[in-house]
Write a protein that binds this ligand. Structure first.
Ligand code: HEC
Length: 178
């Protein structure tokens, strides 16, 4: 009994602290964290492949690309309702101040992932010490390349272009950086 009372008091207290808006957003924050983490996990697993350290696996590249596609674009932006950055969220207010810029990067992620998927059969460029192999590298091309262009490139170059979008968005719109 006593325990149950304490639980409901705690629930009530947190409802008062957070307010109805934040409680409504909690689900979106959880969902976007889950999506981000899923992408991160797939990308980490691709790094040794892209560096030529483990055997090249085009299917692994395509399937990782699908995970990124499934969590980017509108799927991503819909999980960022205005003001949904109460702690512990690391989302910055700049998201809603520059919504177009934010949405553009969410879409660019889908486009570059599509390009990488189509480049999977091209294999590596063989430039393993160069720009193409860097994860979240700032030395990758700045321009958001279209899927057709990326589809014609070595897969590691397409990978670099895609992960560049992750870090561009984080450096602008997320408090903690990679
Ligand atoms: C359009 C912007 C944008 C793009 C593109 C983007 N992210 Fe994020 N990411 C964010 C924001 C904003 C947060 C912070 C969300 C929060 O704390 O509420 C975040 C958080 C994360 C987190 C932390 C999740 C957690 O549980 O704390 C990881 C990991 C992550 N992103 C990985 C990635 C990867 C990998 C990519 C590329 C495949 C990517 N993100 C692309 C905006 C983006």
């Amino acid at each position: 009994m006593r325990t149950r009372n304490w639980i409901s008091i705690a629930a009530l207290a947190s409802a008062m602290i957070l307010g109805p808006a934040q409680i409504g957003h909690a689900n979106d924050v959880d969902k976007r964290m889950a999506g981000m983490s899923a992408m991160q996990k797939r990308i980490k697993a691709l790094v040794p492949i892209m560096r030529g350290l483990s055997e090249y696996d085009a299917d692994a590249v395509r399937s990782a690309a699908d995970t990124v596609i499934a969590n980017s674009g509108d799927v991503m932006t819909e999980l960022f309702p205005e003001g949904s950055n109460a702690p512990p969220s690391e989302a910055l207010d700049t998201i809603w101040e520059d919504w177009d810029g934010f949405a553009e990067l969410a879409n660019a992620l889908a486009v570059t992932a599509e390009g990488m998927k189509r480049a999977a059969d091209n294999g590596l460029g063989g430039n393993q010490t160069g720009q193409g192999s860097g994860m979240m590298s700032d030395s990758a091309p700045d321009t958001a390349l279209d899927a057709d262009t990326l589809a014609g490139m070595p897969v590691d170059a397409a990978f670099a272009a895609m992960t560049k979008i992750c870090s561009s968005c984080h450096s602008k719109f997320r408090a903690k950086k990679f």
